[in-house]
Design a protein around this ligand. Structure first.
Ligand SMILES: Cc1ncc(COP(=O)(O)O)c(C=O)c1O
Length: 387
């Protein structure tokens, strides 16, 4: 039960922070809020917002880089999250008995901020990440920030770390919202306290292949998710079990693994950290989000773009045999973007797919990236302008 006082406080806060989508790009409001937070908590910063942090923008990979600020807020079980604050990026203190450390009560998200050619700062559908975190929190018995609180926190954190947003076309600022059971709990149960925080890092390509096609290995020994489990939410517990198959596949020269369904070992599900699509003729298909795969924000967006571009799009069960017979295969995700798959290896057989400039995946990639980077007009209300 959420106490009345807490919710009144939350309501006041959300009234203060509420936005309408038409005003979503009101930079000055958010910028001044972010800077007033910074003034409250810190000495005035020793650098200007636009000071280059000394990053080699041409050689960004997907690595953690220490930036200036992170956002954090707490709440006790049954209450709402307090108004969060920005603080200098650094370590946080946790009880050794914290729920997240002992029982994996944690969720994360991933979204990006881009700098457009004309200098605007853009977010891509951050409310979708907020909604997904809310659904995940329900599954993991955690309180979650409201949609407004989440989006406002993402904006504040992006603005506070503005100088780390790469120049147009050089990469993006990856924002990692994290929700965890921070309170101590010895017997299995929901933690008594929770932390919601956001940290950031400038990033380039997720895969070392860059824009080169991926070579996937079909994993038959290990499963990623099972029916009734947590595969459909972004629980931290979904990822460490994937390290063994991923490491093994990488040591054999593959880019990543493609998981099959855990019951029949016959239907394709997804890759370690991205969704998968196949193309045959004019039909694009992706495994249905039925609880064992993560319903990606990129996946949703690509489905909409593909339909708008005249393709027939299906979300359904897809057999590995259908994939083998596909013309093109590609992966989607915030970190990976739209990544063409050059080959899939299944039972020792390597199957190759069409890649290159005149492919459907390239067409979809160009449209999606164009919208995200402000090069193509956003007629869907996906872009949140913060500068
Ligand atoms: C398992 C998994 N599938 C798919 C995705 C793609 O989701 P999104 O497009 O929202 O980044 C991710 C990345 O978050 C993921 O971890």
């Amino acid at each position: 039960m959420i106490s009345r006082r807490a919710c009144f406080r939350n309501l006041l806060q959300s009234l203060r922070t509420s936005y309408s989508s038409s005003k979503i790009g009101d930079y000055h409001r958010f910028a001044s809020r972010a800077s007033s937070f910074l003034q409250q908590v810190f000495e005035p910063s020793t650098y200007s917002d636009d000071e280059n942090p000394g990053v080699d923008w041409d050689n960004l990979g997907f690595y953690m880089m220490r930036t200036d600020y992170m956002y954090m807020t707490k709440c006790t079980k049954g209450e709402c999250f307090e108004q969060g604050q920005l603080s200098r990026y650094g370590n946080i203190e946790l009880s050794p008995a914290a729920g997240v450390l002992n029982y994996g009560q944690g969720l994360f998200e991933g979204t990006k901020a881009y700098r457009s050619e004309d200098g605007r700062l853009l977010l891509f559908r951050p409310e979708q990440n907020a909604i997904r975190m809310k659904m995940g929190a329900e599954r993991m018995c955690m309180p979650s920030p409201s949609i407004d609180q989440f989006v406002d926190a993402v904006k504040q954190t992006a603005i506070a770390n503005k100088r780390w947003i790469p120049p147009a076309g050089k990469g993006s600022l990856y924002l990692r919202p994290l929700l965890m059971g921070s309170g101590q709990i010895l017997g299995l149960g929901a933690a008594p306290e929770y932390i919601f925080l956001i940290y950031v890092s400038p990033v380039g390509n997720y895969f070392k292949e860059g824009f080169a096609p991926l070579n996937l290995y079909v994993e038959e020994e290990f499963d990623r998710a099972s029916r009734g489990g947590t595969g459909g939410v972004k629980s931290v517990t979904n990822y460490a079990p994937g390290l063994k198959p991923l490491t093994r596949a990488k040591s054999r020269g593959f880019s990543d693994v493609l998981y099959l369904d855990s019951v029949n070992k016959k239907f394709i599900e997804e890759v370690s950290s991205c969704n998968i699509f196949i193309l045959k003729g004019n039909v694009i298909a992706s495994p249905a989000a039925n609880g064992t795969i993560l319903e990606g924000v990129t996946r949703k967006s690509i489905i909409d773009i593909a339909r708008e571009n005249g393709y027939q799009v299906e979300e359904r069960v897809i057999t590995i045999d259908e994939l083998i017979d596909a013309d093109e295969v590609f992966c989607t995700g915030t970190a990976v973007g739209v990544a063409p798959v050059g080959s899939v290896t299944y039972k020792g057989q390597r199957i190759e797919f069409k890649t290159g400039p005149h492919t459907v995946s390239q067409e979809l990639y160009t449209t999606l990236e164009g919208i995200k980077r402000g090069l193509i007009k956003d007629n869907k209300g996906w872009i949140v302008e913060i500068d």
